[in-house]
Ligand binder design. Structure first.
Ligand code: GRG
Length: 315
């Protein structure tokens, strides 16, 4: 691993990810207060604290990094981004809990363990999602005061709020709900793209943009990283689709994933073919990295590595 003085700076992404995920986990751990009633705190901690890859908070911190002093990249002073990074993860977890409910995706397992409503019941799961959503904003604004100007904090709050509502996650979920059971050819690629952009890319985009806002970045830097994150968001979902096909093919021992995923809006096999889908992933990863050309290469190393990681991830 390099230091600021190393001329041959080599970036060790794996240890960067582990280190940052640990600081995010520690910050999340102290963010849920142990107040009465304890059941809701327990339910919040159950879904928030273990198991996620923490891609969104990492993206927030990595987007904040080019804007802080060079040595901090190695030392890891992510102070201005941390509460925003935690907020993004809280919102993500809140949406996962609601998405898993019987009235939505009806999922029994999330992050390798029973879903929130399976453990705590549906009523409490709805409230856990609500509470995490509120805590995200409370925690971000309270913890960052003194580190980030009120103007910037308000800007970050607006960015996050827009991402959750009918311009973002909720819009994606509404269209996803109404597309249930549709055959991919009938639903069409535009609908799939709308769902991907709103359900997945929007929050990844917000994570990066908020990292820039909290770090004191310029509008120009913000737009570059917004574009970068949009590509990463689509890439994330394209890779998800590839994994869906390859996994269901493996699991069922079939030569095509098309039958195995019937009823779910997953397109690679049905519309373009897996090879074309892989080319698309390559293209998005390249386009994402192009946005980083104007920055100091050492400082954007985590963002470059994150693009490669998402392109090649296998879970
Ligand atoms: C209550 C905030 C809120 C929103 C309401 C329910 C809903 C609207 C939206 C659902 C959005 C949703 C579940 C999107 C899926 C996003 C996605 C790609 C999840 C998987 O992300 P990973 O792989 O998971 O990063 P981990 O577990 O690693 O964090």
């Amino acid at each position: 691993e390099g230091t600021c003085n190393d001329l041959n700076f080599t970036f060790d992404f794996k240890s960067y990810m582990i280190r940052k995920a640990e600081s995010v986990n520690a910050a999340l751990d102290v963010s849920v207060p142990l107040l009465k009633p304890l059941t809701i705190q327990e339910a919040m901690r159950y879904s928030l604290l273990r198991g996620g890859k923490r891609v969104r908070p990492l993206l927030c911190i990595a987007a904040n990094t080019p804007l802080i002093a060079a040595c901090e990249l190695v030392g890891g002073d992510e102070a201005t981004a941390m509460s925003a990074a935690c907020a993004v993860e809280m919102i993500h977890v809140s949406s996962l809990i609601h998405d898993d409910l019987p009235c939505m995706d009806n999922a029994d397992v999330r992050r390798g363990k029973p879903t929130n409503h399976k453990v705590f019941g549906e009523g409490l799961a709805v409230l856990t999602g609500d509470a995490l959503l509120a805590l995200a904003f409370e925690n971000m604004t309270v913890v960052s005061s003194g580190l980030v100007s009120p103007e910037r904090t308000v800007r970050a709050v607006i960015e996050l709020a827009k991402t959750i509502g009918t311009k973002g996650l909720v819009a994606g979920q509404v269209i996803d709900l109404s597309s249930e059971g549709l055959n991919p050819e009938v639903a069409g690629i535009e609908r799939l793209e709308f769902i991907h952009l709103h359900k997945t890319a929007a929050l990844l985009e917000a994570a990066a943009v908020i990292g820039v806002i909290m770090g004191g970045g310029t509008d120009e830097e913000m737009e570059k990283l917004r574009k970068y994150a949009r590509c990463i968001g689509l890439l994330f979902q394209v890779v998800d689709d590839i994994l869906d096909v390859t996994k269901s093919t493996e699991e069922l021992g079939k030569s095509t994933g098309k039958d195995a995923i019937a009823g779910k809006l997953t397109y690679p096999e049905a519309l373009l073919g897996l090879e074309k889908w892989r080319e698309l992933a390559e293209k998005l990863s390249r386009k994402a990295k192009e946005q980083l050309l104007g920055f100091d290469s050492d400082k954007v190393a985590p963002l470059v590595a994150l693009a490669s990681y998402i392109a090649s991830r296998n879970n």
